[in-house]
Each structure stands twice: as C-alpha cells, then as structure tokens.
Write a protein that binds this ligand. Structure first.
Ligand SMILES: Nc1ncnc2c1ncn2[C@@H]1O[C@H](COP(=O)(O)OP(=O)(O)OP(=O)(O)O)[C@@H](O)[C@H]1O
Length: 224
C-alpha cells in the first residue's frame, strides 16, 4: 500500500468544534482531494508535511512511517522529504531564481551555494525552461514562471511526494492548462507521487488522478 493514512484531530475555538477523522488507503500515486470549503483538505496536506500534529492515527507513505501516535513517532518536516507547494508559492523575494531553486540544498541557515550546487540548481532551472531567467528576482517573473520556479525548487529536493494546494486556481485558463500538463509531465518523468487539493474536475482529468472526497457526517469530517 503506497499511501496509508489515519488522521484524527479535534480543533476547538470559541463556540466551534472542528472534528476530523479521515482514513485513506490506496496504491494510486496521483490523488486529488475534493470537498467543500473548510472541510479540512489543506489539513490533510499539513498533516502529511508534518506542519500539524494529528491527535491520533498514523501516516505511512511509500512504506515509511512519518507519524504514528501509538509509537510516539513524529518525524520533523525536514526528515519527511515532502515537497509542499504552497498556494502563494512561498518564493523568497530577495533571492534570484537560481538561489531560490538552490535554497533547499544549502547547509545551515547562512550556507552559501557551492559551485556544484549552483550547477545543479541551474540544471533544474533549465529543466523548467527558466535557465535564461536565473539572475531575475521573483517579482519580475510572470505568474506561470513563478509557478514553474516554485515547482523547480520543490523538485530539486527529490521529494517522496509532491503536495499541491490548489496550484492552478489563480492562473488564467490558458496558463492553467499548460501548468497542468507541466505538472503531469513532471510527475511522470521524475516518478514523484502527487497529492493535490482542487475544486476543479479538469485537474483530476488532466492528471489522471484518483479522487478522494471529504464531507461532513454527524458533524465530523470524514472520507465519503
Ligand atoms: N487553529 C484552528 N482552530 C480551529 N479551527 C481551525 C484552526 N485551523 C483551521 N481550522 C478549521 O479547520 C477547518 C479545515 O480547514 P482547511 O483549511 O483544512 O479547509 P479546506 O478544506 O482546505 O478549505 P478551503 O477549500 O476553503 O481552502 C476549517 O473549518 C477551519 O476553520
């Protein structure tokens, strides 16, 4: 079983309780999480990435246990080797495209990129047709170029899984279609499994992904 999730979490705020209780076992390597706003789709990605800690359950991907409440195991986000592409790409504005891509290769917070790391970063930029923009800063790039840069930055770390949170929703229709194709190509050529949050059926179709639908039953978020 490639993906084996059992995530349970209760969030309480003044006057409101959010209960999440989702189990998912599948061998599909491309999954699309769907469901109404606020149902907890982003929460699944955050739990996989190690950004939130479930109250109970386990998360196993590709045979490796990332979290297990019974065994008191909770790998740090760094140790999980998970590529999380945030909705706003989280590019670093004061770094060039090349440095953004090489960022995760550095050692330590102040580490500079070695010559070999720069070369590697350049190869990934070229792979994403951004080689000619290596010295540019993110704000000078188009929306599509920024997205490709964010993808390159994640891909260089060769993650065990790529997590995408509504990656195409802010793009115009033409760009959206080409980015879908690009992501599909990327996961094919690099063989990286993908879990994506989306409201758009076209995403599922273009990526040939299995749908995981979340919904509310008796006031709890479950898999439908
Ligand atoms: N710290 C918190 N305390 C209480 N509730 C929270 C907290 N963080 C998130 N929630 C609630 O958890 C639920 C799940 O949020 P999440 O962002 O995962 O939903 P989503 O399905 O991704 O929504 P959308 O499609 O709108 O992005 C929401 O109802 C939200 O209000």
């Amino acid at each position: 079983m490639w993906c084996d999730l059992d995530v349970r979490k209760t969030l309480k705020t003044a006057g409101r309780v959010f209960e999440f209780d989702v189990q998912l076992q599948t061998d599909a390597k491309r999954l699309v999480l769907m469901g109404p706003s606020g149902i907890g789709k982003t929460m699944v990605l955050q739990a996989i990435a190690g950004l939130i800690r479930p109250d109970a359950g386990h998360i196993r991907l590709g045979g490796e246990l990332l979290f297990d409440s019974k065994a008191r195991l909770n790998l740090t986000p760094q140790k999980r080797r998970v590529g999380y592409l945030f909705q706003n790409y989280a590019l670093l504005p004061h770094l060039t495209a090349l440095s953004n891509v090489g960022f995760g290769l550095r050692r330590g917070v102040w580490g500079f990129l070695s010559r070999a790391q720069k070369q590697e970063a350049m190869q990934w930029l070229e792979r994403f047709q951004l080689g000619h923009l290596a010295a540019q800063y993110p704000h000078t790039l188009s929306g599509g170029q920024q997205q490709r840069l964010a993808l390159a930055r994640v891909a260089i770390l060769q993650p065990r899984v790529l997590l995408l949170d509504e990656p195409f929703s802010a793009l115009d229709p033409t760009l959206r279609q080409s980015m879908r194709e690009e992501v599909a190509q990327m996961v094919d050529s690099l063989g990286i499994p993908l879990i994506m949050v989306s409201h758009d059926d076209e995403d599922r179709i273009a990526l040939n992904a299995e749908v995981v639908r979340l919904g509310q039953v008796d006031g709890r978020t479950v898999r439908l």
